[in-house]
Structure formats: C-alpha cells, structure tokens
Design a protein around this ligand. Structure first.
Ligand code: PEP
Ligand code: MG
Length: 594
C-alpha cells in the first residue's frame, strides 16, 4: 500500500492501511534499528575459550530477556499471543545454529559478533528466497534474535527511555515483538509502520490490546520524526503529521456524526425504553466543549460527565482564570439548554508535585481530585464561581471526584455555599446548584448511607471504583485480567448504590466505561440503574441492547448473577444469558473472559 500525500507543508496526511482500529492523538517516537558497531572481527587462538564463554553468556541473557518479555506479554494479552515469543526462544535453542556459530569462533577464529553475523547472513538469504509468506515473515523474527544476541554481546543496554511520553506512537519501518515488549505497553497509544501484515504478530497483539495501527507508510523516516504530533486513524488508515490536539476532537465529532448517521431509523431518536416500558436515560461523557453538540445529536439526553481537567491540558498546564472557565461552561450550558450537564470539578494530581495532567496521573492513589481542591480552596472557588455564573444559561450541575468521606462533601459544600453567597444566590430557594459525588472509592460505598444525605445525586465512576475495589490499577498491564467489572465485589457495590439512592430518593448514574458496553449496560439496568453515561459513540449500541430486554427479565437475570461467587461461573453465565440475545452487537467481543 503506498503513501499518498494529500497536503503539502507542515501538516501532512499520509495514507496507509488500517491494521488495528481506533483513533488516537499522540507523540511520534521513531524506533531506530540499533545495529551496534563491532570492530573486532577475528580473535587469536588463545582467546577462543574466553570468547566462547562470552557468547554463551550473551545467549543466556537473551534467553532470560525473552522469557521475561513472554511473561510480560502473557499477562497483558494472554498466553496464546505470548507464545509468539516461543519462536524466538526456539531459534536460540536451535543446536545447528548454535554449533555453526561456535564453529565460526573455534575454527575460523571469528569474534562471536562476526560469527553470528556470518551465520545469520547465510540463513537470512535462504529465508528471503522462500516464497511462502509465513517463512518469509520468520526472517524478521530471526533478525530480531540476531540483533538481540549482538546487543547482549556488546552489552548494549536494551532498555527503555525513562522520559518516554505517555502518549507514545511508535514509528518504524517494521517492529518485532521483542522490540515492542521493551516499551511499557500502557504508554503505547498507536503504531505507524511500513511493513506489517494483517496477521503479523504485532498486528495481532495490537488488536487484542486495542492499540490502533496503520501500516503501509513508505519513507517513514522522511515523513515522521520523533516528537511530531500525530493523529492516527486506525479505521481509515490515515496518519496526520504535525496536527494539534484539536484534530482529535474534530475527528471524534466526525465519528460521532457517523454514529448519528447510524441512527437513521426514527425509533432510534426515541427515548430508550425496555420491553416493559422502563425508561433508561442515556447521557454522554465528554472532555471538550466542542464534543457536546455531536453527543446530543448521537442521542445523548444530556452530559452525564464533563471532565473539566482537560481544559488544563489544552491550556498548556496553566490554571484557567474565572473568565476562561466561564466562557467554556457558558458554551456548554447554551448547548445543553434544559438538558442536564454535570461538570466534574478538577480531577487532577497535585499541580505542585506533578504536571497538570488527567488520565494516567489522575488515576493514582494520592493527592488528586477533591483532595487537591480542598487543599487549594481558592482555585476550587474560581471554578465553582464560573460554573454558578454559567448556570444562568443552562442546566449545569456539579459533581465532586474521589470523595472518600462525608467530611470532604461538607467542606466542599461549604466552599460552594460561600461562592453562592458572594454571587447573591438565594440559599433557600430551589435555584441552588445540584451537587453530587462521584463514587469511585470503596470507602464512599461503605458509608453511602451517610454520604447520600449530603448530596443531591450520586454518579458511580466505575473506572476508578473497579481499580480501588479490586486493588488492580486500571493501567497496570500485568494485572489487566483482574480488572473485571462483573467481579462479585463490584456487583455488590453497585447494588448498594441503587438501594441507598432509592432510599434517599436521589438519582444514581453510572458514568464509567462499564456503561458503554452493551452487556454491562444491560447488567446495570438489571441492577436497577436508570441513568447511564458513556462515550457518545457507544450510545446507539447500548440503546439497541437495552431495548431487547424487559427490566423485570434483566432483574431476574442479575439476581441470579449476584448469587454466583466464582469468576469463571460469572463469565459462563453472562455468555450464555446475554451474548446469545445480543450477539449482533459487535461490542461483546470485548467482554472480559477472565
Ligand atoms: C471513573 O473513574 O469511572 C470516571 C468516570 O472518571 P475517570 O475515568 O475520568 O477517572
Ligand atoms: Mg475517576
């Protein structure tokens, strides 16, 4: 597939082939082939035993590294894919190959580097002459093995750059699995390659790890440099070079419009009702103001979660002033009008300790979310004042992130009330802003009966609640298999939320990724949730799924699900009970089976 230049100048659009779906914006990192220089080609007879030892040591180290990589991949993407590393290991154990290399050292007095290269060159010629693509592809595996052996001989450190950005898009003519495994998988947001087949190891791994990949980009070294900002579209196979983060928003809106285009039938515009007439409200999670209109078009009945911290990222880590906040919230309010829009107050790690950042930074334990706001009440009040002023233009609400105690709500509400007073809001009438809490910390669920008395609504942030309940970091590749939304502990937490919210007559929404998955969404409705908020592209599929069930039927199924204790039983039950009914929805493929 050839590259096509659509536009000249700084911003360029390259056309390749989509190998793994997804849309990402990130920083290019060119993976340079490292051919370590070695100068010593021959050795003297007295050095033979020392050189043989050096070769065997490098062999052992290479083996250990592959075993370590295999383990890492096994945990991240499963045994089946990690077995690919076995091919590398087998080559390292091939007696013929090892004997040929040792013979070169012993008999031809070649340095181990030279002997390896010598044998490899001959063998690679044979591989490359083979017509069968399977064997031809093995030649890159072999090259990888040779490279690693030589690295270990020259004691070149095969490690990762500690300063790698978190939004890494690896760019390389081709990339072996061994090279991929050297990078922290959670940092790899995409791959841009020249050569990689549909069934190449890298493509398989990337797909199962949901990393978008575009291949078939020629002259990659001339086209992309380390540090370039890229928009990679793993659906259409395009790579835009030199674009800004706003390109992601635009591209996402386009995708949202595509989702909307999928809502062609009139009934899709109608509210989401179960077969027995229970109304389920579907909202959108958004990060940028410009996504809001597209979300409403895609069928969102409001914004269930507006992640305000992304404003900071777009402001080059500068704290916004009140006017900056106000303008954004006013636009949001004017777009949603009478529909609700829930603004989450800043959910970022402590700015004095780390850069302002959402996502990775924001998912840690420590000083983040409401804890930062309460430590710096003046900055918190700036945001609150802007929200309260913008409320004049639409139905804005406030949700507080990372709440773990009643005290934090009382303290936050006190600050909100101070702002209300300053703005002259009548404190006794219905005009006061609704303040809710995000339930993300198990402590909040365990004390929910008390917490519920201090808030107007609750929203479950399952992304964090799962990680904190299961002690399984949401970005930890090693234990990704533990991060299971249907773990009995999670189901109990969610059940508690529904019951306590009902008893206190407050709304409970689920706004984590869990709600975006048709099966999990059906489970949530069965648990009793009637408000779900998700990425807007997921709304049509979730709507279709919920409409296939009666709420009573879902409740019965979920009651049975709640009686199960083993994860394996739960998976089987969900597969039997839900997948058959929803099998036309492609999203189930992603259902966790662990
Ligand atoms: C969550 O934790 O589920 C949530 C919605 O917040 P975030 O993903 O931004 O942490
Ligand atoms: Mg969260």
């Amino acid at each position: 597939m050839s590259k096509k230049r659509k536009r000249k100048g700084r911003i360029r659009k390259l056309q390749g082939k989509a190998l793994s779906p997804g849309l990402v914006f990130g920083t290019a990192y060119r993976v340079e082939p490292q051919h370590p220089a070695f100068f010593r080609l021959s050795i003297s007879p007295k050095d033979v035993s020392v050189e043989l030892k050096r070769f065997r040591k490098a062999l052992k180290r290479s083996r250990q590294q592959y075993l370590r990589d295999k383990k890492k991949l096994e945990k991240a993407v499963g045994k089946e894919h990690a077995a690919i590393i076995d091919a590398h290991l087998l080559m390292l154990e091939d007696p013929w190959l090892l004997e040929e290399i040792e013979k070169g050292i012993r008999e031809n007095l070649e340095s181990p580097e030279k002997a390896i290269q010598h044998v490899a060159d001959n063998l690679l010629d044979v591989y490359r002459s083979l017509v069968d693509p399977f064997f031809r592809e093995r030649s890159s595996d072999f090259e990888e093995v040779v490279q690693r052996l030589i690295w270990n001989l020259t004691e070149l450190v095969v490690g990762e750059d500690p300063d790698l950005p978190d939004d890494l898009i690896l760019v390389a003519p081709e990339i072996g699995l061994g090279v991929l495994a050297r990078f922290p998988l959670e940092k790899i947001k995409g791959l841009v390659l020249t050569r990689a087949g549909e069934t190449s190891h890298v493509a398989i791994i990337a797909r199962s790890y949901q990393i978008p990949v575009v291949s078939g980009i020629e002259n990659i070294r001339e086209e992309v440099r380390t540090g370039d900002r890229l928009l990679l579209d793993g659906f259409s196979g395009t790579v835009e070079v030199g674009v800004g983060p706003e390109s992601l928003v635009k591209a996402r809106s386009k995708k949202d419009s595509a989702a909307e285009a999928g809502l062609t039938k009139k009934s899709d515009r109608k509210p989401c009702l179960t077969l027995d007439g229970e109304r389920v409200f579907l909202y959108a999670n958004t990060e940028f103001g410009s996504e809001v209109a597209a979300a409403l078009k895609a069928g969102a009945e409001g914004i269930g979660l507006f992640r305000s911290e992304y404003l900071y990222m777009s402001q080059k880590n500068q704290v916004l002033d009140e006017e900056g906040h106000f303008l954004l919230y006013r636009e949001l309010a004017e777009t949603v009008k009478q529909r609700p829009a829930v603004i989450r107050t800043l959910d970022i790690a402590d700015p004095s300790r780390s850069e302002y950042a959402a996502g990775e930074e924001g998912s840690a334990l420590g000083l983040r979310g409401i804890r930062v706001s309460l430590r710096d009440p003046d900055t918190f009040k700036v945001q609150i004042r802007a929200i309260l002023r913008a409320r004049e233009h639409g139905n804005l609400r406030i949700v507080l992130p990372m709440i773990s105690s009643v005290d934090e709500i009382i303290e936050s509400r006190k600050l909100i009330e101070e702002v209300e007073k300053e703005l002259g809001v009548a404190l006794l009438n219905d005009d006061r802003v609704a303040v809710g809490v995000l339930l993300e910390v198990p402590a909040a669920i365990l004390t929910l009966e008390a917490i519920a008395r201090y808030c107007d609504f609750v929203a479950v942030g399952t992304n964090d609640l799962i990680q904190y309940t299961l002690a399984a970091g949401r970005l930890e590749e090693e234990i990704a298999y533990l991060y299971n939304p249907l773990h009995p502990a999670l189901l109990r937490c969610l059940d508690t939320v529904v019951k306590v919210a009902r008893a206190n007559d407050i709304t409970a929404t689920v706004c984590g990724e869990m709600a975006a998955h048709p099966i999990y969404a059906a489970v949530l409705v069965g648990l009793g949730f009637r408000h779900l908020s998700m990425t807007s592209v997921a709304i049509p599929a979730v709507k279709r799924a919920i409409r296939k069930y009666s709420a009573a039927d879902l409740k019965e199924k979920v009651d049975e699900l709640m009686s199960l204790t083993r994860l394996s039983e739960i998976t089987t039950f969900v597969q039997k009970t839900f997948i058959q009914r929803l099998e036309k929805e492609s999203a189930f493929q992603e259902l966790r089976t662990g």
